[in-house]
Design a binder for this molecule. Structure first.
Ligand SMILES: Nc1ncnc2c1ncn2[C@@H]1O[C@H](COP(=O)(O)OP(=O)(O)OP(=O)(O)O)[C@@H](O)[C@H]1O
Length: 270
């Protein structure tokens, strides 16, 4: 793929929290218009990767480019302008509980633009309509089901017509029907906006249904990648473990610990 076609280009990316390496040489090329999933075991660095793309963290080595510009070399104003073009949906959506559905979705427009209240109203209603919730504008978040709240969070994430939308575990805590609805919405909104979407998720089946490409991470590295068809056909043990939700495989079930026998004996001997 040519550079002109990629919205996010990650090259040789390393990142450590203090001295502890979390990402170790990540390369990704995410084309404009695509929806991609990043999967991997707990703590493998997925959220850290999103924060590096968003410019909240700086690489230890390597580079993240968004729309042809290195994120860590941007000045304050440039980074602010870029963030305005990025929609983020964090785990559980995190709506402002003391604001109505309407005010939640209008919030980024009021914060980041100088549009008239009349125009903000029209855009907000259009965004709510895009997620099927125009009629719910006056409700407070406490009155929403989990699936509806997630849809409001989606409407808020796309309020400013983002170039790039990042989702951190958008399906967590949803029932299977809402999960399918949110998955389809992520795809439809991406395509309608001509945006590019990156989602960190544990849901392999929803990912296979809606994304263009999947990266699997382990130990801070990309260990497998491919289109949904390639992933379904893959014999890679890592991919197999994810697709078939097996406890035993390359992704360890246990957090690293000293051998059990040694620890128990150690305690018994005291
Ligand atoms: N602010 C921080 N300071 C120090 N270490 C951190 C910080 N944030 C995350 N970590 C550590 O970095 C590693 C990667 O964390 P990250 O949240 O990116 O993983 P993840 O793949 O998103 O995990 P999960 O799927 O459980 O959300 C973890 O071991 C975590 O404990």
């Amino acid at each position: 793929m040519s550079d002109s076609g990629s919205l996010v280009k990650i090259s040789g990316l390393n990142f450590s929290y203090d001295e502890r390496p979390v990402l170790r040489g990540i390369d990704m090329d995410i084309p404009l218009g695509k929806v991609i999933a990043i999967m991997g075991g707990s703590g493998c660095g997925k959220t850290t990767l999103l924060r590096l793309i968003g410019g909240q963290l700086k690489p230890t080595h390597g580079e993240v480019q968004v729309a042809g510009h290195a994120v860590d070399r941007m000045g304050h104003d440039e980074l602010y302008a870029l963030r305005r073009r990025m929609g983020m949906l964090f785990q559980f959506g995190a709506l402002f509980t003391d604001m109505s559905v309407f005010d939640n979705v209008a919030y980024p427009l009021r914060e980041h633009t100088s549009l008239s209240e009349e125009l903000i109203r029209d855009i907000t209603l259009m965004k709510l309509s895009a997620v099927g919730l125009r009629g719910a504008e006056a409700l407070m978040p406490g009155a929403l089901s989990g699936g509806m709240a997630r849809r409001v969070a989606l409407a808020r994430a796309i309020a400013l017509d983002p170039l790039l939308i990042m989702y951190d575990e958008p399906f967590t805590g949803l029932d299977p029907i809402s999960l399918g609805v949110i998955g389809q919405l992520i795809r439809r909104l991406n395509d309608a906006l001509g945006a590019t979407s990156i989602m960190v998720t544990h849901d392999i089946h929803e990912s296979l249904a809606i994304v263009d490409y999947i990266y699997f991470m382990s130990g801070g590295r990309v260990v497998a990648q491919g289109t949904p068809d390639e992933i379904r056909a893959s014999k890679d043990p890592f991919v197999h473990q994810f697709v078939y939700a097996e406890a035993d495989g390359p992704v360890p079930f246990h957090y690293p610990a000293p051998p059990f026998g040694k620890e128990l004996l150690g305690k018994g001997a005291v």
